[in-house]
Design a protein around this ligand. Structure first.
Ligand code: PLP
Length: 437
């Protein structure tokens, strides 16, 4: 049972605190009083260091679409490890992954690989500034795009700092963010066509790009409306602002990502997570004329970009194997399981008479301990009581063998079978019944 003061996870956390701040390296995996340490994983299950088996609904924050230790991915990685893991030279592997992505994703003509989604977003924003000659960017209120200062603005801002709903405040996320950053970011209210268009028109002359995730997790995992996307594409094109779609998570929604599923083609796309096959990866991609800012063939490029491990062949070959396994049948199964889970979880809320709902699309599902229509960050933002209840729900799930992210996000994987989805739903029924007491 969690928490258990005599557990090996607790002992490891005590040891970790001696050399890691708070015993922690990734804020996202912090759990109080201690995080559960992983020992190994296979398929959709992980084993913790205390011998508990858990269905993994985190999948390394959506990155592992084939679960753990998939034999095809493991074989690709092992072959490459025997041949060398990183070179100060390009390898054929990066061309093969670039070709696959350019073939599948509508907005990708050219791509440059990075080591993470954060770097991909950083390079996309730099490319947009270089291409347009404009300094500022616009992004959606509350949306997460990694740790680049500009992309973090307004992330997790608490209600006291929200400002006007039609013109949300540009709030720094970290005390390490330079003051100047906030004035270079325009924050957009998600799915509000009128207010967003007004902001873009008011600031258009200084805006290099609009950065948007079409299914933003921290904004409630609700899709951008068709109307909102049509407006964004029309107005950005008219004002000469680049539309940058962040597909770091949503590449898992369809072969062509959320942009193909929701029918909008951006100027730049950022990708990552699943396309590393379990290894670190990211990519900034888009129209060839915009991506030319990275082209060194005419001398120093407008935006120099390196990265010691960018396009390392282990990530490239494992990523290619992961993407090749994602055929139409794999996506259809992930979609069916996502629908099954949303339906089952909504039924579980109804049966337990607890105000709650499951949102999301395809293999991405999010739980909210509130009812009512959610269409933006402010609607989806949990009250302190809802956040506390979600933490309790997660703990009840964990103690019944289901591992979930602290903020209610579930990412499915291809090894999951109907029985696994049914088990997650059944466990949610039990956990909600405990919450009701
Ligand atoms: N963009 C989105 C939409 C993300 O969800 C994330 C990470 O979760 C990132 C960018 C940053 O990616 P990374 O964690 O690989 O730096």
């Amino acid at each position: 049972m969690y928490p258990d003061p005599s557990s090996r996870s607790q002992a490891l956390h005590t040891r970790a605190k001696r050399t890691l701040p708070g015993g922690n390296t990734r804020t996202t995996v912090y759990l109080s009083p201690y995080p559960v340490y992983a020992a190994h994983g296979a398929g959709c299950r992980v084993h913790d260091v205390d011998g508990n088996e858990l269905i993994d609904c985190i999948n390394n924050f959506t990155a592992l679409i084939h679960g753990h230790a998939h034999p095809v991915l493991a074989a690709a990685a092992h072959r490459q490890i025997d041949l060398g893991t990183a070179f100060g030279m390009p390898t054929e592997s990066e061309i093969a992954l670039a070709e696959l992505l350019a073939e599948r994703v509508p907005g990708i003509e050219h791509i440059r690989f990075t080591n993470s989604g954060t770097e991909a977003v950083m390079m996309a924003l730099k490319a947009a500034r270089a291409y347009t000659g404009r300094p500022r960017i616009a992004k959606v209120e509350g949306a997460y795009h990694g740790s680049y200062d500009y992309a973090e603005t307004s992330l997790d801002a608490s209600p006291a700092n929200w400002g006007d709903a039609a013109a949300p405040a540009s709030v720094a996320h970290s005390q390490g963010t330079p003051q100047g950053v906030t004035s270079d970011v325009v924050v957009l209210p998600f799915n509000d066509c009128q207010a967003t268009e007004a902001l873009l028109r008011a600031h258009g002359a200084s805006l290099a790009g609009v950065l948007i995730d079409l299914l933003p997790n921290r904004v409630g995992l609700i899709p951008a409306s068709a109307e909102y996307l049509l407006m964004l594409r029309r107005v950005t094109a008219e004002l000469g602002i680049l539309l940058i779609i962040d597909e770091v998570i949503t590449l898992r929604l369809a072969p062509g990502g959320a942009q193909s599923r929701l029918g909008v083609t951006p100027d730049l796309t950022t990708v990552g997570k699943i396309m590393g096959g379990g290894f670190p990866v990211g990519g900034v991609a888009g129209r060839a004329d915009v991506m030319a800012v990275f082209d060194p063939s005419g001398g120093r490029p407008a935006v120099p970009h390196g990265g010691t491990f960018s396009a390392n062949p282990v990530s490239m070959v494992s990523g290619l194997a992961a993407m090749q396994l994602l055929d139409d049948a794999a996506y259809a199964k992930l979609d069916r399981h996502g629908d099954m889970l949303r339906l089952g979880l909504n039924q579980a809320f109804a049966d337990a008479c607890i105000a709650g709902q499951a949102t999301g699309l395809g293999s991405l599902v999010k739980l909210h301990l509130k009812t009512g229509r959610l269409s933006n960050y402010r609607d989806a933002y949990p009250s302190p009581e809802q956040a506390r209840a979600m933490a309790r729900f997660n703990r009840e799930m964990l103690n019944r063998g289901v591992l979930m992210a602290s903020y209610g996000l579930i990412a499915l994987s291809t090894p999951m079978r109907d029985q696994d989805i049914a088990q997650i739903i059944e466990t949610a029924h039990e956990a909600l019944n405990v919450l009701r007491r």
